[in-house]
Design a protein around this ligand. Structure first.
Ligand SMILES: [Zn+2]
Length: 80
């Protein structure tokens, strides 16, 4: 209960203004310099009209965590 989750509500697509934008939950894939990476079960807003994607802070964090571009700066220490 103490957790105040930062969630955003997107009523209209920032790109085309369509109100058909809605939250989806699916495997998200991105590419960086020819390398593809996938974020499983990602929740984000997707506009059915123009294909625009809008991410909330939580989704951004997950994408960044999966991205090779952030792999070097975010070093995760594994306990041996
Ligand atoms: Zn749109």
């Amino acid at each position: 209960m103490a957790q105040s989750k930062q969630s955003i509500h997107v009523a209209a697509c920032p790109s085309c203004g369509s109100t058909g934008i809605r939250m989806v939950r699916r495997d998200w894939s991105g590419g960086l310099k020819g390398k593809r990476y996938v974020v499983k079960d990602l929740q984000y807003f997707h506009c059915a009209r123009c294909g625009e994607k809008v991410y909330d802070p939580d989704a951004m964090r997950r994408i960044q965590a999966a991205s090779p571009a952030f792999a070097k700066t975010q070093r995760v220490r594994k306990d041996a």
